[in-house]
Design a protein around this ligand. Sequence first.
Ligand SMILES: [Mg+2]
Length: 263
Amino acid sequence: MNHTPLQNVRGLILDIDGVFYHADKPIPGADEALAEIRRRNIPFRLLTNITRRRPATIAAYLQALGYDFSPDEILTASTITAGYLRQRPGRPRCWVLLEGDALDLFQGLELGEEDPDYVVLGDLREKFTYDLLNRVLAALWRGARFLAMQADSHDIGLGGGPKVNLGAWAALLERASGRQALLIGKPSPLAFQAALEELGLPPSQVAMVGDRVASDVVGGWQAGLRTVLLRTGHFREQDLAGAPEPDLILDSLAELPAYLPEG
Ligand SMILES: [Mg+2]
């Protein structure tokens, strides 16, 4: 084993998009790295800011790309948001702005747009209309609490250039309302706490591995984790300026096992 800042690491939190795949294609060598992590019995959770898809749907998608994951190994910004809302006392009414099958995760909560206690901002893509934004603004003005499932400002996926992501809509609504959203997904400590609780490990023994400086490195660092930045997916050199320095920067997940304890 190399001398490594990861030598005390007992568990991993792995981002998904940009780590295992990018633009619908698997990242070369990531499958072998995963097999090696499993062979060494290093516990891990996948932690993603994806909001629209359920863990089971993400697992099926990853299966098609050649990766074997149980939905139980996947934490998304929406599973963590739904868990957070379930823990609130008094059955608050929640206006969940989200499309996709991840809406199922919110079943059992008091849902609706009328006089909500919580406005819960997820990904609605092109459904974010001027009218909808104004209705959200009105609810915030009436005093609803404001949750944002994640804060990624943009997305680079298949063709057509960069896309506005929900962090940018949240920022717009913060500006318009003069209110700050409570952030749930990475880089919020709530997201890392949820993963650490499942791993049953303290932050000092866990490394966060991801491709985005703003969500994976900054968030992992703030939560007290070791951080590993990968030069795949959404990695951009310029994002490192002014950010905490990652413990390791690797060309891809394929390089990670060389830096992990033998187990
Ligand atoms: Mg990513």
